[in-house]
Design a protein around this ligand. Structure first.
Ligand code: ZN
Length: 287
């Protein structure tokens, strides 16, 4: 069923692309292209999905040239193995606020695309295909890429960070999912299991403490605390979230707690009672 726009938003070119003359409202123009956009908008303390027709106009300059307003274009994302490249553009069915909402439902709240489709149809009366939802989620991911560098900078400034990796299948290809956490930032990265992956995330100039398991990729960091695993350890386990166990890890500053072959020495404050050591609060920083 074709979408019915409830309003029109017009876009005009600002100036002639040939001579640079700034256009006035009364300069002759005509519709050049149009597309419909669904987007979230606030209403009465809630939200709704509005359907607007965006019309881009072309204006004729006194010099004779015709300049058209065009939808904004973003970055082109290419990825090996993907059948089509992803180009961010304003000329798409789903607007930025609705795309962000869909991505949050998927990534933050772990709702499947089929359930998101059902949710949007049931609560907003808008039916989108699973393919459209999938594209939205990928577009938001590409749009968020610049934020990742800022998050990595935050991570590298932290005094204590935690890292781990676990097997991850990406379209039948065996990869590894890395996670690096500080008290305020979490970075996830899909790649190989090589040491370069963690060095690309943390950097060589990291001055804080790295808490990890005994995997060799972490061993180049001298200020490293091997993570005590209260569940028995083993490959593929995630670091514990910030909470009781990690508070004890954060407290394990001072002499390097590792032996030459990577065996864990008893905690200097715990004697032979590591379970009690994990309950110790971290020391307060001075200054
Ligand atoms: Zn002109």
């Amino acid at each position: 069923m074709p979408l019915e726009a409830e309003g029109t938003r017009n876009h005009y070119p600002a100036a002639c692309t040939i001579c640079g003359t700034v256009f006035e409202l009364w300069d002759p123009n005509r519709g050049h292209s149009a597309h419909v956009v669904l987007d979230l908008e606030p209403v009465g303390g809630g939200i709704r999905i509005a359907c607007l027709r965006h019309v881009h106009h072309a204006t004729q300059c006194a010099c004779g040239a015709v300049t058209a307003a065009r939808p904004g274009m973003g970055v082109l994302s290419t990825m090996p193995g993907r059948s089509r490249d992803l180009l961010l553009s304003e000329a798409c069915l789903v607007g930025p606020a609705l795309a962000t909402f869909i991505a949050a439902l998927s990534v933050r709240y772990h709702i499947s695309r089929a359930r998101i489709r059902e949710f949007l149809a049931g609560w907003f009366g808008v039916t989108l295909s699973v393919g459209t939802l999938d594209r939205c989620i990928r577009e938001v991911g590409v749009a968020c890429e610049p934020v990742v560098e800022d998050l990595l900078d935050d991570l590298r400034q932290a005094g204590v960070i935690h890292a781990d990796e676990t097997p991850w299948r990406q379209k039948e290809k065996r990869c590894w999912l890395w996670v690096v956490l500080s008290s305020t930032t979490a970075i996830f990265h899909i790649g190989s299991r090589q040491g370069e992956e963690i060095r690309d995330l943390i950097g060589d100039a990291f001055l804080g403490w790295l808490v990890s398991d005994g995997y060799r990729a972490y061993r180049s960091y001298k200020k490293r605390q091997r993570c005590p695993d209260p569940q028995g350890g083993g490959p593929g386990r995630w670091p514990q979230p910030a909470g009781r166990p990690l508070r004890g890890v954060a407290a394990a500053r001072g002499p390097h707690p590792r032996g030459r072959r990577g065996h864990r020495r008893p905690h200097p404050q715990s004697d032979s009672r590591p379970s009690e050591a994990r309950l110790q609060p971290p020391p307060r920083r001075r200054g």
